[in-house]
Design a protein around this ligand. Structure first.
Ligand code: AMP
Ligand code: MG
Length: 366
């Protein structure tokens, strides 16, 4: 009897010690939040760890990295890789490794999505006024002409230019790094707007991980990426935006994952014909996508993949998006919100998803 009592006493004591250790360790976690505007987006990085100085430095490095990526990927910053590709008469353009990486991954998605994802649509998107805000519906003739320049498979990574050794006296030191050369036919112009933020999120997570940050949440304007769990060990809970305004329509639990949304409500204009024209384009027609979808949210590990797919599945429409998910061995999850106030999501999400909206229909795909 006495032995039993001391065993119970020991158990209670052990439990109390455990609770104390858990509370103490989560209390000792510090949080550093940094916000900045880059890639036309208000971005916030929240990182958690033991040392405030480390968190501060890590967030600073994230901001530097995102700003660097913007400086090479922007379509409007003169001197960026993309600006040079789009505006130079030279056939061969030396670019940074990051641009090469995006061209390579872009080609992979261009093929896998049968051109639904196409980073070479810039001439068409520009003609509709999405780059300047000077919106208009171009003539069919003009659209057909511009579509001639949108074959992304014609972008080639040709050569690695290695520094001559020793450097000749006339070597241009303004251009000292070894570069990879990109060639493209005249008139072809690129825009990585559909994957830039997802890629930047991946680079940010890599920096935070290397800095031993244990938990972090990135909010890159609709692109959410999380590192680990919340400091207390529970999942992050992230909302899916209500396309019609108001509170989130669903909440999703995440750990070491990204949740990326493409929505027609993000950027659009209303034409003289009263029609709504959105910023996501169908490369087959050169027109803004017009289908039954309001938004597509992708949940997966890699931000770049999630960002490419949110745009691509939006272009595909509901049926093709479901087929595509099946063809990819279900290596991502999606939540699609339709114009008739329905929601369609993948069955593997079921335990992590809570509906917060009175949808007209709910379809779970398996
Ligand atoms: P997202 O908000 O990630 O869906 O990206 C939309 C942006 O990607 C647009 O503002 C365009 O710059 C670009 N874009 C539009 N349509 C496409 C497309 N079919 N494939 C690739 N990029 C596109
Ligand atoms: Mg995208």
């Amino acid at each position: 009897m006495k032995n039993e009592r001391s065993l119970v006493y020991l158990l209670i004591k052990t439990c109390l010690v455990c609770v104390f250790v858990m509370v103490a360790s989560s209390c000792s976690q510090k949080m550093e939040s940094t916000s900045f505007t880059a890639m036309n987006t208000y971005m916030t990085v929240k990182s958690y760890g033991k040392d405030e100085k480390v968190l501060h430095a890590a967030n600073y490095l994230v901001q530097q990295e995102v700003e660097w990526l913007e400086s090479i990927l922007s379509t409007t910053i003169e001197g960026s890789d993309i600006y040079k590709i789009n505006n130079s008469d030279r056939e061969e353009i030396p670019v940074s490794d990051e641009t090469v990486f995006l061209v390579e991954r872009g080609s992979e998605f261009y093929k896998k999505t049968d051109g639904a994802f196409n980073p070479a649509l810039y001439p068409v998107i520009k003609e509709w006024g999405f780059t300047t805000g000077d919106y208009k519906v171009p003539s069919e003739e003009k659209i057909r002409q511009l579509l001639e320049y949108t074959d992304f498979s014609r972008v080639k990574i040709t050569d690695k230019k290695i520094l001559p050794e020793p450097l000749p006296a006339y070597y241009d030191i303004a251009d000292p790094a070894p570069k990879v050369i990109i060639t493209r036919p005249p008139g072809l112009q690129l825009d990585f707007g559909a994957i830039g933020k997802g890629y930047a999120g991946d680079k940010a997570i890599e920096i935070l991980r290397k800095a031993d940050v244990s938990s972090a949440l990135l909010d890159f304007g609709g692109n959410i990426q999380v590192l680990g769990t919340k400091p207390d060990g529970s999942d992050w809970t992230v909302g899916i935006k209500n396309p019609w305004g108001g509170d989130p329509v669903a909440a999703v639990k995440l750990r070491d994952a990204c949740m990326i949304t493409s929505g027609g409500y993000e950027r659009f204009f209303t034409g003289d014909d009263g029609k709504k024209y959105i910023h996501i384009f169908d490369s087959a027609t050169g027109h803004p996508v017009e289908n039954e979808l309001e938004s597509v949210t992708i949940i997966c590990r890699e931000g770049l993949y999630g960002d490419a797919l949110s745009t691509s599945l939006f272009v595909m429409g509901l049926d093709k998006a479901i087929d595509f998910w099946k063809s990819r061995d279900r290596d991502f999850d999606f939540v699609i919100i339709t114009k008739n106030r329905g929601i369609v999501y993948t069955a593997t999400l079921e335990k992590n998803l809570s509906l917060l909206f009175d949808f007209n229909s709910v379809l779970v795909v398996k």
